[in-house]
Design a protein around this ligand. Structure first.
Ligand SMILES: C[S@@+](CC[C@H](N)C(=O)[O-])C[C@H]1O[C@@H](n2cnc3c(N)ncnc32)[C@H](O)[C@@H]1O
Length: 290
């Protein structure tokens, strides 16, 4: 399985998500299981790339502990809030910056559900190659486009119906967009969201810097630079822009509080600067009017 072309640049961060979800399953207390995640990791075997995991797989390092935590512990927040909208009758899901998210395969989604997966062609091609023989549990529609281009047109052309309710997930995405692009993205989401639609989103509290990163070798340093070089300002805290765009904020929570609720420790990566920890904020909101 080492023959696939791996997504590079910001697309590579999708692989870090996949490896983190795969390692969650190795724990004695997993928060969820994502059986397909390991397949993406296996597809990197034999490809000359930055190492996906600590040099000694049996010896966790602070960088990988931090990454596994960032990518693993947010999953239940997104799953639970997504299922709240699905249980309320929403049948259109849009995964923005879908990466190697396998929710269309792993969640118990009712008949009639359509999952639109928006990401760049490189990421979606890699995903399609790895999952070529797997069947999603609902209709799955890949939409290959850069979210700084006319993604709304592409989504509508793919069959998305803005008159019906939808639920949008921006999990680990908006920190890779500058403020102007992120602002356009969230107003685009709002204009396509019928009343009762949901938005679940994660933003960074501040940009990461090299001083946050307790790397132990060159691969970890290179990996840190992929994130640092690609991180941007994003849209700001959801509570500040959701309300003016017509959303009610149902929940906004600091990632560190999420960890406390899971009885999991705050990794060193998130507490190297105690005065201003490197941390995200998770939010879920409901659109109040069309
Ligand atoms: C850290 S990954 C997160 C993927 C997935 N949501 C998850 O949680 O595993 C970020 C994803 O956003 C995508 N992305 C970043 N900027 C993008 C853009 N301008 N247009 C489309 N996708 C983008 C990347 O290709 C990548 O797949």
């Amino acid at each position: 399985m080492g023959s696939h072309e791996l997504p590079a640049g910001v697309g590579f961060t999708a692989l870090v998500g996949a490896v983190s979800r795969a390692r969650e399953a190795d724990r004695s207390d997993p928060l969820f299981t994502d059986p397909l995640a390991e397949r993406f990791v296996a597809a990197t075997a034999g490809v000359d790339t930055v190492r996906l995991g600590p040099a000694d797989p049996g010896q966790i390092t602070p960088v990988w502990e931090g990454l596994y935590t960032f990518f693993g512990s947010r999953t239940p927040f997104f799953d639970e809030n997504l299922m709240r909208f699905i249980d309320g009758g929403t049948r259109q899901i849009v995964l923005l910056g879908a990466g190697l998210d396998t929710r269309a395969y792993r969640l118990d989604l009712p008949p009639g559900t359509v999952v639109y997966e928006v990401d760049t062609p490189a990421v979606l091609d890699f995903k399609a190659a790895v999952l070529a023989d797997d069947k999603p549990r609902c209709e799955r529609v890949p939409v290959a486009i850069d979210l700084r281009d006319d993604w709304q047109g592409a989504l509508l052309a793919a069959g998305f119906d803005p008159r019906e309710r939808s639920v949008w997930l921006a999990e680990g995405l908006v920190m890779y967009l500058g403020a102007a692009d992120a602002g356009k993205l969230v107003s685009g989401i709002s204009s396509l969201s019928a009343a009762g639609s949901g938005l679940i989103i994660e933003v960074l509290r501040r940009l990461p810097v090299m001083a946050d990163v307790p790397f132990v070798d060159e691969d970890e340093r290179t990996l840190a630079l992929v994130f640092i070089d690609n991180c941007r300002a994003g849209p700001g805290l959801p509570a500040d822009w959701m309300t003016p765009l017509g959303w009610r904020v149902d929940r906004q929570v600091d990632f560190i509080e999420v960890l406390a609720s899971q009885n999991r420790p705050v990794p060193l990566l998130m507490r190297r600067d105690p005065a201003d920890p490197l941390c995200t904020v998770l939010a879920a909101g409901t659109k109040l009017r069309d």
